[in-house]
Write a protein that binds this ligand. Structure first.
Ligand code: ADP
Ligand code: ZN
Ligand code: ZN
Length: 697
């Protein structure tokens, strides 16, 4: 007999014999159960599955079950502590499952807070009505009231952009193309306030929240007066399970009128949505890299279309995908061509490292500029996208280089607290003591090869003994709250030289930073990935955009051995449009995205041959489907190839790329292909996954 748990009463619908349920299991599903209680789609149920009990979600109430009723088990508990998930949300989850070719249960359940999908949270002594009731009994944490702030008067370009957004009557995708410091945040805030005033809600996605607490502060200061105290909910992956449940419930119950979050917040069950914003829409962190490999930006556009509301994609360096939409007129471009604070964009200079003798990897030109800025009381940012002390350790006499025993990569030299060094693998986490002598020839003269942020920090401290040097990268910010504390000290003027990886490039409005030095940008120049130049350009524009934001006269010095490369030439002129034009021509002539659509099948196995064999059989199967359907013309199947770093954690990796000029043909092939994947003779010997619209190839 099923029994309801005590709870707030949700809307209940009809009595039915059968319910169709999705579960977070790697089986196609859905699964049918018998249920003699009131249920509606969108409600959670506890059901037996194999020998376990699991929480699933009802997605349908079929008239007849899909298999023999005798075999069908009963729903054990109908959970009513949370209102049923709304129809628009279920529709959205269904689309994501279809588009990314995943079972619906693997989309729906991971989108819920942990406690709402864990049977354990509803069992045992501590049950007491379940996690929601327990949370409601506790008093909510006191949210410090944020001082309301007055908006600045918008400039003309900002006003035009806001007017366009607030004037939209239904679905419209806007590409807010604003140079760094052009005041995109103001535009979002005005459009959001307008949406709230009309009684609708707002969902705003940002790439990172931890790094930019000021953004959350600004948003709350401006929107809480309209949305009400506590009307802004924040959702991101660094929240504890409890914090996440609390924020999520405020959204689900309609108490939050603004949701600010990272990519996972695209699955927030917010109703009456009137505006969707994706800030820094080009940022790779919108792409989920495991499980359901979705793009939150692409899903945002679909969700806005489905709800018939405007969506704003903002960036100084839009993704080529979005730019091409704007060129074709399917997205409406809204330019913010100048900085909002009446200051010019920084001057960019390229320093040709082939012609200069360097001091610890830094040119005399850069060091000289640093001295001047520091003497002038300004801050300097040194950007190097490589953490650790040195990318490897090597033996000068025999050429030995430190290598990970589990991966085909070098191990990175790190300086640990206390000053001793260790070798770390950035791919599998392997750690090792530094050998006292070369394992190959016994020579004791082992040296660091190249430079990482730690080593640069050390050099800078020697070269600028008066300056306060700080480093921000994944290593210096491991402890919760440490990134915020470090950034706060930079904003407070307690740091003179900041050394950092791309963590420092994102979104910060530094008031007193005059100079940005970029070391070793070339590392990304010759990658195999066709998106590498686009990514490098975006990263350089972002980090360059940190200079001179308030006082003007900013300067960016880029050290490169290839100053003639188009990406550097475009950077010199702050010429996104020119760079985009150049890249679009390249992509179009090679029929690469956005002029084609891709899917990537990846396989891992202990032996490379097994992974390649699996992919070859998969390729044969795909080809057979294409021949049968006469769609060979529409889809290109490439040959299986090993990944550049072929072995990681003792697993060998290979991939198979599919490319299509026609998206529906690709989607239809993928569906049939996946359904038949278990026929692949090697399927049990590999771990495989399929990615639609892969970002990295
Ligand atoms: P972006 O996100 O486009 O790089 P921000 O939103 O950080 O730029 O804005 C850059 C700076 O300009 C911020 O210090 C912001 O307060 C300021 N600002 C924005 N709009 C205006 C305006 N209309 N008048 C004056 N200052 C503004
Ligand atoms: Zn040696
Ligand atoms: Zn490794």
């Amino acid at each position: 007999m099923a029994q309801n748990l005590p709870s707030g009463a949700g809307p209940v619908a009809q009595v039915t014999g059968w319910v169709r349920v999705v579960l977070d299991v790697p089986l196609p599903g859905p699964f049918d159960y018998r249920c003699d209680e009131f249920v509606t789609p969108g409600m959670r149920v506890i059901v037996p599955f194999g020998r376990r009990k699991m929480i699933g979600m009802v997605i349908d109430l079929p008239e007849t079950p899909a298999y023999d009723p005798v075999l069908i088990k009963n729903v054990e508990v109908v959970l009513t502590d949370v209102d049923p998930m709304p129809a628009h949300w279920l529709r959205f989850a269904r689309f994501a499952a279809d588009y990314y070719q995943r079972p619906l249960g693997e989309v729906i359940l991971p989108a819920l807070p942990m406690a709402l999908r864990s049977v354990a949270a509803y069992q045992g002594k501590r049950s007491g009505g379940g996690p929601v009731a327990r949370l409601d009994q506790r008093s909510p944490p006191v949210v410090a009231a944020v001082q309301a702030s007055e908006p600045p008067a918008l400039n003309e370009a900002q006003q035009l952009a806001v007017d366009a957004m607030t004037g939209a009557t239904g679905f419209q995708a806007f590409l807010l193309h604003g140079v760094t410091g052009s005041g995109k945040t103001e535009v979002y805030l005005h459009a959001a306030a307008h949406t709230l005033a009309r009684g609708r809600r707002v969902l705003m996605l940002v790439p990172e929240i931890n790094l930019t607490p000021q953004f959350e502060q600004a948003l709350r200061a401006r929107l809480e007066p309209v949305a009400g105290q506590g009307g802004v909910a924040v959702l991101h992956s660094a929240l504890s399970d409890g914090e996440r449940l609390r924020a999520w419930l405020r959204v689900q119950r309609g108490q939050a009128r603004v949701v600010l979050g990272t990519r996972l917040a695209i699955f927030a069950p917010i109703s009456d949505l009137g505006l969707l914003v994706v800030d820094e829409e080009h940022d790779p962190s919108y792409k989920q890299q495991d499980g359901l490999r979705y793009s939150a930006r692409d899903l945002a556009v679909w969700r806005a279309h489905d709800l018939n509301i405007p969506v704003v994609l903002g960036s100084a360096t839009p993704s080529l995908e979005s730019w091409v939409h704007a060129e074709r007129g399917t997205y409406r471009r809204l330019p913010l061509p100048a900085r909002a604070r009446d200051v010019t964009l920084p001057t960019v200079r390229l320093v040709d490292t082939r012609r200069l003798s360097m001091e610890h990897g830094m040119s005399p030109y850069l060091l000289d500029a640093m001295h001047k800025r520091l003497a002038n009381g300004e801050q300097v940012l040194v950007f190097l996208n490589r953490r650790g002390y040195a990318p490897a350790l090597h033996c000068a006499s025999c050429g030995w280089v430190s290598q990970c025993p589990r991966c085909t990569t070098f191990t990175v030299l790190h300086r640990m607290t206390g000053g001793r060094h260790q070798l770390h693998c950035h791919h599998c986490g392997y750690q090792q003591r530094v050998p006292s002598a070369c394992p190959d020839c016994g020579d004791q003269d082992l040296r660091p090869m190249g430079r990482g942020t730690q080593r640069i920090e050390e050099h800078l401290a020697e070269l600028f003994p008066q300056a306060r040097v700080a480093r921000i990268d994944a290593d210096s910010t491991r402890k919760k709250g440490s990134a915020q504390a470090l950034f706060a000290s930079v904003h407070a003027g307690e740091v003179d030289i900041l050394v950092g990886t791309q963590m420092v490039a994102k979104g910060h409005d530094f008031a007193n930073l005059g100079l940005v030095g970029v070391l070793n940008a070339d590392a990304m120049l010759f990658s195999q990935d066709f998106r590498a130049p686009e990514r490098l350009f975006a990263q350089l524009m972002q980090v360059a955009g940190r200079a001179g934001r308030h006082a003007g006269h900013g300067e960016v010095i880029v050290q490169t051995g290839y100053p003639e490369q188009p990406v550097y030439q475009a950077l010199l002129r702050h010429d996104y449009a020119g760079f985009a034009r150049h890249s679009m021509q390249e992509r179009e002539s090679a029929t690469l995205p956005p002029y084609s659509h891709q899917a990537l099948l990846t396989a891992e196995a202990r032996e490379l041959n097994v992974a390649l064999g699996f992919l070859q059989s998969a390729r044969d199967a795909a080809l057979a489907l294409l021949v049968r359907d006469r769609t060979e013309e529409l889809i290109t199947l490439y040959d299986p190839v090993p990944l550049r770093i072929v072995r990681v954690d003792n697993m060998c990796r290979a991939q198979l790329l599919l490319e299509a000029t026609h998206r529906p043909a690709l989607q239809s092939l993928l569906r049939q292909w996946l359904a038949a994947m278990h026929d692949n003779p090697d399927v049990r010997r590999v771990r495989w996954q399929l990615e639609v619209d892969p970002l990295e190839i």
